[in-house]
Design a protein around this ligand. Structure first.
Ligand code: PLP
Length: 423
C-alpha cells in the first residue's frame, strides 16, 4: 500500500473488489479503513484516531498491539507455525487445552479447537447430535435456541436464528427451532420441552446475548440447566462473545454457577490477534464418543484445528488477563459505564440500558435513532456498534476510567441530540 493513499482512494478500490460481510455489496463512503492501532485506539487511513468502544468486532479484547501477545505470536511463527492435529499434536495446542480445562473445570475438561465462533457452534451442534445418536437416539436432533440469540453464520448457525432468507425452506437445514427466552420466563422453554424434549438434542444459550447485551437472569440459566437434566438434553453455552473476560468473570456462566455440557468460545480467546475457536466439553460427553466402537470418535475437524500460532496467542492472552488483573478492571469499568449512563433514562427515546461487565446496550425507540447516535459518536471519535435498536458498547478489557468517562460523555451527548430528531 502506498503511504499516501487515504480513505477515499482505498474505498474506491474496495468498492470495486471487496465483498464485505454483513453489509450490502456496495461499500458505504463512511467505512473506516483501519491502518494501525494501539491500546483502545485505532487510526484510519486519513490519520484520524478513534476510541474503539466495540473492540473491532467485540474480539479485540486486549486492544491493539498488545506486546506480550505480539511477541508470543512472533516467537511461535518463527519456531513452528503449526503442525497438523489430525495425525499429530503441537505444544501450544496441548498447553492451551490444559489451560482452558483448568479455568473452566472441574467439569469441563476436553477442548476441541477450530477457527471461529461459527465453527465452534457448528461443532457443538454436531457433538450434541452425535452424542444423542451414540446413546441410542439417532433421531434426537432438534436444536433449540432462544429469541434474540445469535450463534454464527454457517448453515447451522444461520438456522438457529431463523433469519429471513430468499431460499426455499426445503433447502434450509431442518431440526432447528427458536423459543422465547427469559422475557417470557422459563415456562416457555418448559412447555416446549414437555412436548418435544424427547426429540431435542441440545439447548443453546448465550449468558449475555450479543445482539443487544440481554443478560440471562441467573435463575433462568439455572432453570434451563434443570430442564436439560430432566430431559437428558445437552446444555450448550455459546460464550463466543462472553468467554475470556468480557462479563468480568473468565466465563459468563460463572456468575450463575451453572456448568454447561458444552462451552463454545472464540473472540476473546486469541483476542482478535489470530482466528481461533474452541469447544470445551465435559469428560462425560467425551467418554460417550470414546465408548462408541462403531465410529472413530468425532468425525469432524479442520486443517487449522489447534493451529500452533493461534494457540500460542491464546496462552499469551490468558496470561495477560491474569497478570494485569483485567477481570477486576472489567467489573469496575462496567459499573462505571452503567452508572454514568443512568441519566439517559430521562430521555423518552431511550427504552432500556442493560448489560454486564463490558457488554452494555442502550436501547432506543427506533433503529434509525440508534444508527444516528452511532454516527454522531463516530464523528466525535468514538466507535460503537448498532444492532437493530441498540447502541452496543463492548470496549477492550483494558479500558481506563478516563476512556470509560469519554464513552459515556459522547453517548449522552449524541443521544440528547438524536432525541431532538424526527424519525
Ligand atoms: N456466537 C455468538 C454469541 C457471537 O456473538 C458470534 C459472533 O458475533 C458467533 C457465535 C459467530 O462467531 P464468528 O463471527 O467468529 O463466526
Amino acid at each position: 500500500m502506498s503511504e499516501t493513499e487515504g480513505q477515499a482512494e482505498l474505498l474506491a478500490i474496495d468498492a470495486e473488489y471487496l465483498w464485505h460481510p454483513w453489509s450490502p455489496s456496495r461499500v458505504s463512503p463512511d467505512t473506516l479503513v483501519a491502518v494501525s492501532g494501539k491500546g483502545c485506539e485505532v487510526t484510519d487511513a486519513d490519520g484520524r484516531t478513534y476510541l474503539d468502544a466495540k473492540s473491532s468486532g467485540f474480539n479485540a479484547t486486549l486492544g491493539y498491539a498488545c506486546g506480550p501477545v505480539v511477541d508470543a505470536i512472533s516467537a511461535q511463527v518463527a519456531k513452528l507455525m503449526t503442525y497438523d492435529m489430525g495425525e499429530g499434536a503441537n505444544i501450544p495446542a496441548i498447553r492451551l487445552a490444559q489451560r482452558i480445562g483448568e479455568l473452566a473445570g472441574p467439569a469441563l475438561t476436553r477442548t476441541f479447537f477450530c477457527n471461529s465462533g461459527s465453527e465452534a457452534m457448528e461443532a457443538a451442534i454436531r457433538i450434541a447430535r452425535f452424542y444423542q445418536a451414540v446413546l441410542g437416539s439417532p433421531d434426537r436432533g432438534l436444536i433449540v435456541s432462544l429469541h434474540n440469540g445469535y450463534h454464527g453464520a454457517t448453515m447451522a448457525g444461520a438456522a438457529t436464528a431463523g433469519a429471513p432468507s430468499p431460499i426455499s425452506d426445503d433447502l434450509t437445514p431442518s431440526g432447528f427451532i427458536t423459543v422465547p427466552g427469559p422475557e417470557e420466563g422459563i415456562g416457555a422453554l418448559k412447555g416446549f420441552l414437555a412436548d418435544h424434549g424427547k426429540r431435542t438434542a441440545a439447548v443453546l444459550v448465550e449468558p449475555v446475548q450479543s445482539r443487544g447485551a440481554y443478560v440471562m437472569p441467573e435463575d433462568y440459566l439455572r432453570g434451563v440447566r434443570e430442564l436439560c437434566d430432566e430431559h437428558g438434553i445437552l446444555l450448550v453455552l455459546d460464550e463466543v462473545t462472553t468467554g475470556f473476560g468480557r462479563t468480568g468473570r473468565m466465563f459468563g456462566y460463572q456468575h450463575a454457577g451453572v456448568q454447561p455440557d458444552i462451552l463454545a468460545t472464540s473472540k476473546g480467546l486469541a483476542a482478535g490477534y489470530i482466528s481461533l475457536g474452541a469447544v470445551t466439553t465435559t469428560q462425560h460427553v467425551f467418554e460417550v464418543f470414546d465408548s462408541n466402537k462403531k465410529m472413530a470418535g468425532f468425525v469432524h475437524g479442520h486443517t487449522h484445528s489447534g493451529h500452533a500460532t493461534a494457540c500460542a496467542a491464546g496462552l499469551a492472552v490468558i496470561d495477560h488477563i491474569e497478570r494485569e488483573q483485567l477481570l477486576a478492571n472489567v467489573q469496575a469499568r462496567g459499573e462505571q459505564l452503567l452508572a454514568t449512563l443512568e441519566p439517559l433514562r430521562e430521555l423518552d427515546c431511550v427504552t432500556d440500558i442493560r448489560g454486564r461487565g463490558l457488554m452494555i446496550a442502550v436501547e432506543m425507540d427506533r433503529s434509525r435513532r440508534a444508527a444516528h447516535v452511532r454516527k454522531l459518536m463516530r464523528d466525535n471519535g468514538v466507535l460503537v456498534r448498532r444492532t437493530v435498536k441498540n447502541v452496543v458498547l463492548a470496549p477492550p478489557l483494558i479500558l481506563t476510567a478516563e476512556q470509560a468517562d469519554r464513552i459515556s460523555r459522547e453517548l449522552l451527548d449524541a443521544a440528547r441530540k438524536a432525541a431532538l430528531v424526527e424519525f
